[in-house]
Every structure is written in C-alpha cells, then in structure tokens.
Design a protein around this ligand. Structure first.
Ligand SMILES: [Mg+2]
Length: 336
C-alpha cells in the first residue's frame, strides 16, 4: 500500500474510523499490508494504484509496466513476511489498445508465474481521454495482492526496539538515479545507466528473504518512498530513534560511479527501490546472514535503533567524519 504522508492521510482522514465494523479487523492500518486473522491462519492484503505519467514514464515499455505493477505489490507482501498467493487486477485505459495490453500482460504474467501468485479476477474500464495528454497518460492500474501467514505472525513497522540492528536488502538508489538520468538531470555513463535502468524497470520483490525474516525480524518495511522516509515510518510506529552510518549504506557499483552527493540523494532520499529495511536484535545476526544466503539476497547492517528521547530528531545519518548527513528531501510523495 502507498501510505506515505499525503496519500495515506487521505484514506486515514476520510475513510478510516479505526474501529472494527465487522469480524475481519486489522489493527495495523498504515502498515505495508493489512494483516487479517481468518481462523487458523492469517492473510496479508495490499492494494496499489499506479498511473502512467505519475509512476511510469509515458514511454515505458508495456512489459516493464506490467512487471512492475505486480512487483510493487509483492514487495508489500515481502515486508509483511507473507508468501504471495493471489492477485486481482483492474485496468483503466483511454482507448482500446490490444497490442499495449498484450505486452503489459506479458510482463505481469511473467512475474505472476515466477512468484506463484495467481491472477484470480479483475475488471477493466474505459477512462476519458485528456486532450493533449500523452497517449497513455490516463491509464491507471490497480492491483490487490494477497499472501498467507502462519497464525499469530506477520511483520509490521511497529516492533523495532532499542539495541536492534537496522538492515537493508540489496542496494539502494539505483532506480532513482536511472530516473534522474531519464529526466536529463544527471550524466551517467551508458554501461552504468543500463544497470540502473533494470532496477527502475524491473524491481525484484524480496519475498524469499521476507519469508525467512518472519520469525527473526522485529519490524520491516519496503523502500518505496526513499530509505530515510520509510525508515522514519518504522521509527514513528515503533516509538524509537535511529542512527545510520552512511558508509554502510549498500550501493551498487553503477551508483558508486556517480558523485557522492548524488549517491546520497539517490540512496537516502530517492525511492522506488523495493528493498526491505528491517530490524532485529544483534543476537540474530548469523540467522540473518544465513537468510540472505538462502534467498540469494545481499543483506547489510547499516545502523542501530536507539531509545526515543525528546529534543533530537528521530533519524540521524552519520558520515565517516562523524558529521550528520543532510538529507536532500524527505523522499517523494506523488500528491505533495
Ligand atoms: Mg510498502
């Protein structure tokens, strides 16, 4: 679910009473997934709506759009530690375009098969065409994805405790750097851009790792709005603060070819990484490295959870000289 400031506050303000209106009740509104008790087990449910022009460049390959539309939902399931099982798809298109939909479907179903997450239903609607807009700009897709969890389990943002390590999967900043290049803002060598572009167009949801972390991690979130902003969501929900060491923040070789200020902007404030940020006590380090090996996913320890004290900010990122790294922005918010 996209629950960054602006978007989530609309749902929270106008639609959420915070009270149970039926037997299916979820305490954790604002987590990556709603975690619902259904008798002997639990299901995790997430919904994401994506729009051409907002979440995708208008000239993005339809196969990539389809792949990513499902990937971002699977990433929310990964953050809950849930195994993806099924999804539902709604498409709004401004015109009948079988070629586009067929290519969109190819990318989407490739990931569906690979992840064992089956399409179980959907709906389509013709959306009004906006004069002068890009061909596909009013195209919107909404995916609701569901996964299963053992009884009583499920990772949320709320469990980080003082003394916990802070971990990151994979590397951060690649997708944002690719976007900055596509916007014409940053210069990047062709070979490096090709590596970054794959991370932007085809993010790999970390479901195998997320499932292994289920009995180990104390809190988790996936990085959609930027590492600093998403970690701050964990800190707020867990009522703790954190220190992170900039030198430890995992960056790809391609990102490291850019000036350090751009690396900082991309990996700390950029978004669209779909990596997991999670916390766990130091006693679980070996198990986490083993989970990384078993899921073929890089895991890196980047900082520590601290007790909350008033008067200082919740998240501080230190560079090698001990100075605090200034954040470029608070991550991005499509509605801000
Ligand atoms: Mg999320």
């Amino acid at each position: 679910m996209s629950e960054n400031g602006g978007e989530f506050s609309i749902i929270d303000r106008f639609f959420s009473s915070g009270e149970a209106t039926g037997p299916w009740f979820c305490k954790g509104v604002g987590d990556d997934c709603a975690i619902i008790d259904i008798g002997a087990s639990r299901i995790a449910v997430t919904i994401d709506m994506l729009a051409m022009g907002t979440h995708f460049l208008p000239d993005a390959a339809p196969e990539d759009v389809g792949f990513k539309a499902l990937a971002v939902n699977l990433s929310d399931l990964a953050a809950a530690g849930a195994v993806p099982r099924a999804f539902f798809l709604s498409i709004g298109l401004p015109k009948k375009d079988d070629g586009w939909v067929s290519r969109f479907s190819r990318g989407l179903m490739e990931l569906s098969r690979r992840s064992g997450c089956a399409l179980l239903g959907g709906d389509t609607v013709r959306t009004p065409r906006i004069p002068k807009a890009d061909e596909n700009s009013p195209a919107v897709f909404s995916i609701t994805a569901m996964g299963d969890l053992p009884k009583g389990m499920g990772l949320t943002r709320g469990g980080a405790r003082p003394g916990d390590d802070i971990w990151v999967s994979g590397t951060l900043g690649d997708a944002y750097a690719a976007l900055k290049y596509r916007w014409g803002h940053w210069a990047i060598a062709p070979k490096a851009f090709e590596q970054l572009r794959v991370r932007m167009d085809r993010p790999e949801p970390r479901n195998a790792l997320g499932r292994l972390l289920l009995p180990i991690a104390t809190a988790a979130i996936d990085v959609s709005d930027g590492f600093a902003q998403d970690l701050t969501h964990v800190l707020e929900r867990s009522r703790v603060k954190a220190r992170v060491d900039w030198d430890s923040v995992p960056r790809s070789e391609a990102l490291r070819s850019l000036p350090e200020e751009q690396q900082k902007e991309a990996s700390l404030s950029g978004g669209d990484d779909y990596e997991l940020v999670f916390t766990a006590p130091p006693s679980r380090r070996r198990e986490i490295f083993e989970a990384g090996i078993a899921s073929d996913t890089l895991v890196t320890r980047v900082g520590t959870i601290l007790p909350l004290e008033s008067s200082d900010s919740a998240l501080t990122i230190y560079d090698a000289t001990g100075g605090a790294v200034a954040l470029k922005s608070e991550g991005f918010d499509h509605f801000a």
